[in-house]
Design a binder for this molecule. Structure first.
Ligand SMILES: [Zn+2]
Length: 113
């Protein structure tokens, strides 16, 4: 398997894309907030016995004993491979880098263009 992405890039994807934003805005994964923790529907067991940890930027399912970083989360939810997950995440990272804050993009329907 050839490595097509730099380790720097992959580290940024894992650390700089907030896992909560990813779950709520990008993946449309059912989620709810309770006691300050974001609970998401685990893509493996379909339970809400989960939480995210913004500090480590990991999402964890207590039932499956699985942790997901942003890349793994995309792979699990979209049922895609590593490369596709990275391709989906890179624009999010770039958007964060270029955004000045205050700009809210509606999570509108895609399909235009
Ligand atoms: Zn699970």
């Amino acid at each position: 398997m050839s490595q097509r992405f730099s380790s720097n890039l992959l580290r940024s994807l894992r650390n700089d894309i907030p896992i909560n934003d990813l779950i709520r805005r990008r993946l449309d994964l059912p989620s709810k907030e309770r006691e300050g923790l974001l609970r998401f529907l685990c893509p493996h067991c379909n339970e809400f016995h989960t939480a995210t940890n913004p500090r480590t930027n990991l999402a964890r399912c207590f039932r499956c004993s699985l942790s997901f970083n942003p890349i793994e989360m995309v792979m699990a939810v979209k049922d895609c491979g590593f490369v596709d997950a990275v391709k989906l995440l890179v624009p999010l990272l770039e958007a964060r880098g270029h955004s000045r804050g205050g700009e809210q993009t509606a999570p509108g329907k895609s399909g235009q263009r």
